[in-house]
Design a protein around this ligand. Structure first.
Ligand code: NAD
Length: 361
C-alpha cells in the first residue's frame, strides 16, 4: 500500500507538472484485481454477475448501489460487502472518494443506463453498462462523451463477443471458409408470460419491449458475423396479446449490407428463438443456441462441430474488460459498438412506423 501510495503521489506530481490529466488507469493497474460495484441488484446482478464475480481473476465484487434497503443484509452476508461500499441512487456520486471501487457496472432498466453511466463517469470510475447501451442514439452519444470527458473506459455488456464459440464465427467473417457470405438468419426471443404487467420490460418509458431486450442479440450477431455495418433496413411488428404486452412483442427486420449481403432477423416476447445461420457461396455454418448463458454450439455444412465453452461467460467478459483497463488496451465492446446497434434500432422503429418502408442507416 505504501508503495502504491508513493507511486500514485509521484505520478500525480508528474502529471500535475506537465498539465496532463491524471489517467484513472494508473490507479487501477496497481491492483491485482479491480473492484467492481454493481448498480441495480435485480435478476442479472443477483443470479449471473455477482456469482461470476466470485470466479473472476482480474476483478472482484466490492460494492453495491441499490434503492432497496432490504436487499443490503443479504448482499452483505453473502459477499462480505462492507458498509463503506454500499450506496443508494442519491449518494452514488460519493463513490468518487472510494478507492475500493474502480468499475461501476450499470445493471438497471434500459432508459436508466444513461443517467447512471454519467454519474459513474463523473465520479471518475470506469463504466460497464448492460445491453442495450441505451434507448436512443442521443443517450448513447451523451454516455460516450461523458466517459471521454472524464477519461474513463466505457464498455457494453455484450457477453457473446467474449464467448469462444462466437469468436470463431467472428473470425470466419474475415477468413470466409465457405466463400462470400450471402444471407444470414438470426432470431432471439423468449415467451414472456407478462405476469401482472408491472415489470419494466413491459413498459416503454423504462426501455421495455422485445427489440431492446432480445432484438439487439440478432442485430449484434449479424454485424459481428459479417464484420460489416448494415446500410438499410425494413421492419414490421406483430402483437398477438395487445391487452397484456403493451410494448413491441414480435419484430421482423431485414437488413441490407454492402456487397448484396442480406440478413433476415426476428425477435419476440411470444416465442423461444435462439438461432444464427450464415449461408455462403460454398456452404453454411450456424450456432444454435447462439445467445444462451452456456451451451453455445454450432456446426458447418462440412460437418464440423463447434463444441460448447465450459467456462462462465460473464466471468470471461468481466476479466477481458478488467484486463483492458489494467493494460490500457482497447476494450472488446466499446460504447461506440453499443451506439451502432441503437442507430439501427432507431431505423427499425422508423420503418415500422412508416409501414415497412426501407430506411437508410
Ligand atoms: P431486473 O428487473 O431483474 O432488475 C432491475 C433492477 O433495477 C432491480 O434491482 C430494480 O430494483 C432496479 N430498479 C431501479 N429503479 C427501477 C425502476 N424505476 N423500475 C424498475 N426497476 C428499477 O432486470 P434485469 O433482468 O436484471 O435487467 C437489468 C439490465 O441488465 C437490463 O439492461 C437488461 O437488458 C440487462 N440484462 C442483460 C443480460 C445479458 O445477458 N447481458 C441478461 C439480463 C439482463
Amino acid at each position: 500500500m505504501t508503495n502504491r501510495r508513493s507511486f500514485l503521489k509521484k505520478s500525480a506530481l508528474v502529471m500535475a507538472a506537465s498539465s496532463v490529466p491524471f489517467p484513472h488507469y494508473l490507479y487501477a493497474h496497481q491492483k491485482p484485481k479491480l473492484g467492481v460495484a454493481l448498480v441495480g441488484l435485480g435478476y442479472y446482478s443477483k443470479d449471473l454477475l455477482a456469482p461470476a464475480l466470485q470466479l473472476t481473476k482480474h476483478c472482484e465484487l466490492k460494492g453495491i448501489v441499490t434503492g432497496t434497503p432490504e436487499k443490503i443484509p443479504v448482499w452483505k452476508s453473502k459477499y462480505g460487502i462492507p458498509d463503506r461500499n454500499i450506496y443508494n441512487y442519491d449518494n452514488m456520486h460519493q463513490i468518487a472518494n472510494n478507492e475500493d471501487i474502480d468499475v461501476v457496472y450499470i445493471v438497471l432498466p434500459n432508459t436508466m443506463h444513461k443517467k447512471y453511466t454519467i454519474i459513474a463517469a463523473e465520479a471518475g470510475k470506469h463504466v460497464w453498462c448492460e445491453k442495450p447501451m441505451a434507448t436512443s442514439v442521443k443517450d448513447c452519444e451523451e454516455m460516450i462523451a461523458s466517459c471521454m470527458k472524464n477519461k474513463v473506459n466505457l464498455t457494453i455488456g455484450y457477453r457473446m463477443q467474449h464467448e469462444p464459440v462466437t469468436n470463431k464465427i467472428i473470425e470466419m467473417a474475415s477468413s470466409k471458409p465457405f466463400g462470400k457470405i450471402n444471407t444470414l438468419t438470426a432470431e432471439a426471443g423468449f415467451f414472456n408470460r407478462g405476469g401482472d404487467g408491472t415489470h419494466w420490460k413491459l413498459h416503454k418509458e423504462l426501455g421495455g419491449g422485445a427489440m431492446f431486450d432480445m432484438g439487439v442479440y440478432p442485430l449484434n450477431a449479424v454485424r459481428y458475423a459479417t464484420g460489416l455495418e448494415p446500410i438499410s433496413v425494413s421492419a414490421r411488428m406483430e402483437n398477438s396479446r395487445p391487452e397484456l404486452i403493451k410494448v413491441d412483442e414480435t419484430t421482423f427486420f431485414d437488413l441490407d449490407f454492402p456487397g448484396g449481403i442480406k440478413a433476415r432477423c426476428k425477435t419476440s416476447f411470444a416465442e423461444n428463438l435462439n438461432h444464427l445461420k450464415i449461408d455462403c457461396a460454398k456452404g453454411w455454418y450456424e450456432l444454435q443456441p447462439f445467445q444462451s448463458y452456456s451451451g453455445v454450439t454450432g456446426k458447418t455444412s462440412e460437418g464440423t462441430i463447434f463444441k460448447a465453452f465450459a467456462g462462465n461467460q460473464q466471468a470471461r467478459q468481466m476479466d477481458d474488460d478488467a484486463l483492458a483497463i489494467m493494460n490500457n488496451t482497447q476494450v472488446i465492446v466499446p460504447g461506440a459498438e453499443g451506439l451502432k446497434d441503437i442507430r439501427v434500432v432507431e431505423a427499425i422503429f422508423e420503418s415500422i412506423q412508416k409501414k415497412g418502408m426501407t430506411i437508410q442507416i
